[in-house]
Design a protein around this ligand. Sequence first.
Ligand SMILES: *Cc1c(COP(=O)(O)O)cnc(C)c1O
Length: 421
Amino acid sequence: MTRSAVWHPFTQHALEPPMKRIAATEGAYLSDEDGNRFLDAISSWWVITHGHRHPAIMHAIRTATESYDQIIFAEFSHEPAETLAQGLIEIAPPGLTHVFYSDSGSTSVEVALKMALGYFHNREEPRDRIVVMEHSYHGDTIGTMSTGERGVFNAAYEPLLFAVDRLPFPEAGREEQTLDALEAFCRSGRVAALIVEPLVLGAGGMKIYNAGVLAGLREIATHHGCLFIADEVMSGWGRTGTMFACEQADISPDILCTSKGLTGGSLPLAATLCTAEIFNAHLSTDRRKTFFHSSSYTANPIACAAAVANLEVWRNEPVAERIRSLELLHRQNLKRLEGDERFANVRQAGTIAALDLVVPAGGYLADVGPRMRWLFRERGLLIRPLGNVIYLMPPYCVTPDELAHAYDAIDEVASIVLGKA
Ligand SMILES: *Cc1c(COP(=O)(O)O)cnc(C)c1O
């Protein structure tokens, strides 16, 4: 094989063998060029919701290509973008009235931050601080890295990152500290927005906190006139058991970011939803109050058509029931690992299951991460632990047997890396 010119994301090429090439995807599986099949137990980095190449979504994409390619979105609109926006408003928490399109989770968060700053700028209120939660992840652009946890991933870029105020993670029993910290930051009167991943901090290690905290944060933000941004890029589209995680706290954010599962994972697309108040703060005969943001591929019609088809899948298929069964299957499978001394923090949020392998040196760069990855691969599974945190986030089409196979592999692989086999 000739050497590849491709530089892969989050990959240390000096330590990894050449990348296997995937030739096809179907349902819960990836197949490589040698004919090996891998169960995609992490939904190809959390994007695939129903399964790979859902027929209705693939059909919608094919149909859309007969009419559209990219269309400049500052000059014109198109039916897929309009239908999708209407559909999103219908399923989103109440109070969100406008939809701004972009093309990745990171850009949807950048848009959210700019909307928040623009809102206060246009109202001539001097608010410019952003409050975030410890261990958060909001993307890999400079702005989103600024709001995320600092560490080895962004040490090199630190000089360019802007300062934020950080809330401690709401560990069970210490939720009050998180709420008190927000209250204290808000009292400065300078806080423009709070941004949180509702219920589950994904890339930060599948850290789960309760809905009561979310409701408490919303209440404090509202009290102090600080905007509440829900980054539902990962948690949306049923991952935590409800369409959006915010529903479990019975709250509506001022701004909601969605991407990953928006097209069922088929094509890149993102949307930032906001309230009429935020839209109206940018509505003026004064051109300086315009929302100055765009990317070339904003509202790509083919991606929008895929997302419209995804909404149809949610309407026409028993997706909620599939999610219920997956939740139950996780619960049953996790039960046999609870109390097992090899694991700590056995936990679940809807369709996401996670546990920490008990090792002397944890953290994202722990050697056990890549070792486990390869052992899972040998067992026909795509599972990428975050350091010593093993998690499963399969597409909703996964069968009980496939899921049991993933849990058996976790059991076996844990013993191997701990030298207890
Ligand atoms: C993945 C993720 C992002 C970034 O999305 P990209 O599409 O990778 O840019 C932002 N926020 C959260 C919570 C995510 O999980």
